[in-house]
Ligand binder design. Structure first.
Ligand code: PLP
Length: 448
């Protein structure tokens, strides 16, 4: 078999140029950032990211799940260039842009729900969530929210109040926006109720009614429930097949809106345009960002038109709907359609899950493999029986993979987060998984 073309490691990372950059970065950049490892990205092409020392990594991160159509897709680059030459900015809040309308037309087409929709554009996932929070409050005139433990919805004080992923994200930032209640998510591998699916009969949904809404959170005060179809930062946690239909029923019964945070799971990541489609549920509001413009900053909040009824001046921003970002997003949507990337995400993703499950048979430290499309998690444990979290082991696997040319990070406590661009080929999948398996094998051996 010919040697795989990628990765190419010319010097063990971090090489000299990366080390020099890290030193300067440390003296200048906010210490609130926690970098996973010293990857100093210099350029990218397709599914390959090259560092400042010339090392070329297979990218299982997609730049934190943003580069849906890969690094520097020629059509996206072309759209950015020609729009930048024509018009970079003029403030969508006060004036009109053609690209805003063009992108919004596409967004209402690809988002679930066969009803009239309207769109609010912003610059990030967090802002898309903030817009949804304000919209839900404005429309319903209610002041409380529900969200899940393990959820990540962003870091500004509103979005942060919905987030419940890691204490460090909230420490010393109280009080946030008051009125959010967190309830347990359907994390079946580590059921918060210590039950087993399907015998549990989805008690986690009944719990919300019986122990929260019937006991201390009056449903008539709750504007919306914020969900992630697959928890991202929380550990790539996939709930059971009936879950969101059951939840939707509960919300409808209580007059609570469903806001679907597709910032990470959206734009084809799971093999459908939006993750929630796997559960056959139509949310009232959908937020997307990250992959929408494959690396250009943009966020979108798409809502049922009946619901997006707020008055002029109630919400706006300066850079939302930036024409360069919109032009990139339109080309991303075209590329996902034209290059059949939903199909590729499903095909490559199914293959990856199969390979990871085979590895799970061989190595005890892989406790659980789960995912849809190319949003795949492999949870590392010290012992499959006790399920004690393998934080150090997952870290070691990630670091060994990095040094050998596979850029992959973790989510939750100890879940390997596998999210390559949707254009990934079988050859690169195989090369990446070979590195991953080598690292798992060594860590499994040394942890015995
Ligand atoms: N929602 C989800 C599900 C996310 O994964 C993230 C970021 O990781 C956010 C919201 C926040 O997005 P941003 O970092 O663009 O503000």
């Amino acid at each position: 078999m010919p040697a795989a073309k990628y990765p190419k490691i010319v010097v063990t990372p971090p090489g000299p140029k990366a080390r020099a950059l890290l030193k300067e970065d440390e003296s200048l950049i906010s210490p609130s950032l926690v970098r996973f490892y010293p990857l100093a990205a210099d350029s990218g092409q397709g599914c390959i990211v090259k560092d400042v020392d010339g090392n070329e990594f297979i990218d299982f991160n997609s730049g934190l799940v943003c580069l849906a159509v890969g690094h520097s897709h020629p059509k996206v680059v072309g759209a950015i260039k020609s729009q930048a030459e024509k018009l970079i900015h003029y403030s969508w809040t006060d004036f009109y842009y053609e690209k805003v309308v063009q992108l919004s037309k596409e967004l209402v087409k690809i988002t679930p729900g066969n009803f009239q929709k309207k769109v609010f554009l912003s610059n990030s996932g967090t802002e898309a969530i903030e817009a949804a929070m304000k919209l839900a409050k404005w429309h319903s005139r209610k002041h409380s929210f529900l969200s899940f433990t393990g959820a990540f919805h962003g870091r500004t004080l509103g979005a942060l109040s919905l987030t419940a992923s890691k204490p460090v994200q909230r420490r010393h930032f109280f009080p946030m926006v008051p009125g959010d209640t967190h309830v347990p998510f359907a994390y079946c591998y580590r059921c918060p109720f210590k039950m087993t699916y399907p015998e549990c009969d989805m008690y986690c949904v009944d719990f919300i009614q019986e122990q929260v809404l019937d006991k201390y959170l009056p449903p008539e005060d709750v504007a919306a429930f914020f969900i992630e179809p697959i928890q991202g930062e929380g550990g790539y946690v996939v709930p059971p097949q009936e879950y969101f239909k059951r939840l939707r029923k509960l919300l409808d019964k209580n007059g609570i809106l469903m806001v679907d945070d597709e910032v990470q799971a959206g734009m084809g990541r799971t093999g459908r345009w939006f993750g929630i489609e796997h559960w056959g549920v139509e949310p009232d509001v959908l937020c997307t960002s990250k992959a929408l413009a494959s690396g250009m900053p943009i966020g979108a909040t798409v809502a049922n038109s009946d619901l997006m009824d707020w008055e002029g001046g109630s919400h706006a921003n300066t850079f939302g709907g930036n024409p360069v970002s919109c032009a990139a997003a339109i080309e991303v949507i075209n590329a996902i359609r034209d290059e059949h990337l939903l199909e590729n995400a499903t095909k490559q993703g199914d293959y990856m899950v199969k390979r990871l499950k085979e590895m799970q048979e061989k190595y005890d430290i892989i406790g659980d493999v789960r995912g849809k499309g190319l949003m795949i998690g492999a949870e590392i444990v010290k012992d499959p029986k006790t399920k004690e979290s393998g934080d150090n082991e997952a870290h070691e696997i990630m670091m060994k993979s990095f040094r050998r040319g596979l850029a992959m990070i973790t989510a939750g406590h100890s879940t390997l987060r596998i999210a390559p661009p949707l254009i990934i080929t079988r050859e690169l999948v195989d090369s990446g998984l070979e590195i991953l398996e080598g690292a798992v094998k060594e860590v499994a051996k040394s942890s015995k």
